[in-house]
Design a protein around this ligand. Structure first.
Ligand code: HEM
Length: 487
């Protein structure tokens, strides 16, 4: 079993643990008349769900890359698929025990008693979906094994279809009711999960295969790049559709935990699209030189797989939070939304649209980036703490104007530090961001969210530290770090 495949995806586990803690999902809550699941399960169930998702993605990726994208099926990669299908099965079995523990509020060990798991798997919707996966994954394992022995395309297709169905199955575990809206949510999530699994698993396996058989690059890279492009289009559409079916207003996207986590996923996807575009523009053309293309692919994919691990963790946290129809009457802006709108998106915008010929305002701010930093900090406190725009323009218009103000002030700061006095503008943000976050928490009266504020501040500091050690985007293009092609 090649355990190095997609090893960076596992960053999703500690990220998920921190997210669950920050969102208060590891706290045992007593609901009168309802049994409480054990503390171990509160963490164990979502972490196992993340493990199940990653093993499922690598299995599907190995089947598609090794069985369909190569001119002839590769025994090596199909054997990887068999081994990862086994890991998927073990993770699914453990997840069943922890899900029973979570729903029935018994310990995971007691969940193994037949008097508990049999009625759960047969009589409940959640149980039947998990049972479906427990039946499908062994089928994938057997079909992949036979396909690897006989190098048969039709057996590969059969295993890919069953595996894709099993990857989509969690979408059936929707949040309540059989309405057209609910069917829309289920279908869009199912499509989302298959597209994510193909893209993430496919990339991880491509990197591992080309590391040991670089000559496949000539055929594999253009084919996988096209598949990845379609996966990104489909997963963005289906993810946004799913999210908008749950949250019909801008104030819910920026003001609720579920909404702001979805925004964070959209920002991660935007950064992934930028990296994916560099692979397509800079690495795929190198495919004729297998060893070089393999090294370049792995260099950029290292960052892609880290961001994908984080996006998977957020996906699992979303399914754990579940979208309850909450309102956001005060137009609050969640600390995660502030991080995305004030830093993550503007830094990407500055990378994608570096302002090469600045106007007078930007030229002034490049000479005094501290001014841009102060403007951004003031806008953060005003928009997320004081909500003046909301009281002037009304809830939804105020929230949208606030979000745009955060992005604009963030972009102005990112453009201002993209020059000779980068250090000053970044250091001021490093010191000012935590202070602004605490001020917002106190003004908005959201001190109960201190964990989330703390985690967002730590992430912001890490991003600002990366900006500090990085080079101005005007002078660089991330792909510049790549080795020059052999003449
Ligand atoms: C525009 C970007 C995206 C949006 C709007 C989005 C939205 C969503 C939504 C609404 C869910 C359902 C959560 C629930 O069950 O309530 C979901 C699940 C999920 N998403 Fe995304 N997503 C996006 C991008 C991504 C990316 C880039 C990845 C990974 C690379 C990803 C991986 C997942 C996974 C693994 C799940 C299911 C987790 C589970 O239930 O086990 N998503 N996404």
């Amino acid at each position: 079993m090649n355990l190095r495949i997609g090893s960076r995806l596992w960053v999703g586990l500690p990220a998920l643990a921190v997210l669950l803690w920050a969102c208060g999902l590891l706290v045992l809550r007593d609901y009168p008349g309802l049994p409480t699941p054990p503390g171990l399960t509160l963490a164990g169930q979502p972490l196992l769900r993340c493990v199940r998702d990653i093993t499922a993605m690598i299995t599907l990726g190995a089947l598609v890359v090794g069985g369909l994208l190569l001119p002839t099926p590769s025994m090596r990669v199909l054997r990887w698929a068999v081994a990862w299908a086994l890991a998927w099965l073990v993770a699914s079995l453990a997840l069943v025990a922890f899900t029973i523990s979570d729903v029935v509020a018994v310990s995971p060990w007691d969940a193994l008693a037949s008097a508990v798991w049999r009625p759960f798997l047969v009589d409940t919707v959640v149980g039947r979906v998990l049972l479906g996966q427990l039946v499908a994954v062994p089928c994938v394992l057997v079909l992949a094994h036979l396909a690897s022995r006989r190098r048969s395309r039709s057996l590969v297709w059969a295993s890919v279809l069953v595996a894709a169905g099993a990857c989509a199955a969690p979408a059936l575990l929707g949040h309540g009711g059989i309405t057209s809206e609910h069917i829309g949510m289920m279908v869009s999530l199912a499509v989302h999960l298959v597209a994510v699994s193909l893209w993430v698993g496919g990339l991880a396996v491509c990197v591992a295969l080309l590391a040991c058989e670089p000559d496949h690059a000539r055929v594999l890279l253009p084919r996988f790049s096209l598949l990845a492009l379609w996966c990104v289009i489909v997963l963005a559409e289906s993810g946004l559709l799913n999210a908008s079916l749950r949250m019909g207003a801008a104030s819910l996207f920026v003001g609720t935990l579920y909404g702001s986590l979805t925004l964070a996923k959209a920002a991660l996807l935007a950064w992934l699209i930028r990296l994916g575009w560099q692979q397509r523009a800079r690495v795929v053309p190198l495919a004729a030189d297998g060893p070089l293309a393999a090294r370049q692919l792995a260099r950029v994919a290292g960052w892609e797989l880290l961001l994908m691990g984080a996006a998977i963790a957020i996906g699992v946290a979303l399914s754990r939070i579940g979208f309850e129809s909450v309102a956001n009457p005060d137009g609050n802006i969640n600390p995660i939304a502030v991080l995305v709108l004030a830093l993550a998106l503007p830094l990407l915008l500055q990378r994608v649209l570096p302002s090469r010929s600045p106007g007078r305002v930007l030229a002034f701010l490049r000479s005094f980036p501290e001014v841009a930093a102060i403007i951004l900090l003031v806008v953060i406190v005003e928009v997320a703490g004081l909500h003046l725009l909301g009281s002037l323009l009304g809830l939804e218009a105020g929230v949208i104007a606030g979000a745009l103000a955060l992005i604009a002030a963030g972009w102005l700061w990112a453009a201002a530090i993209d020059g000779p006095r980068r250090l000053n503008g970044t250091l001021l943000m490093l010191v000012g961001y935590p202070i602004a976050a605490i001020a917002v928490m106190v003004i908005a009266g959201t001190t109960s969210e201190w964990r989330l504020v703390l985690v967002c501040a730590v992430i912001a500091e890490a991003m600002l530290a990366a900006v500090l050690v990085g080079r101005p985007s005007r002078d660089t293009d991330a792909a510049d770090d790549l080795e020059p092609a052999h003449a």
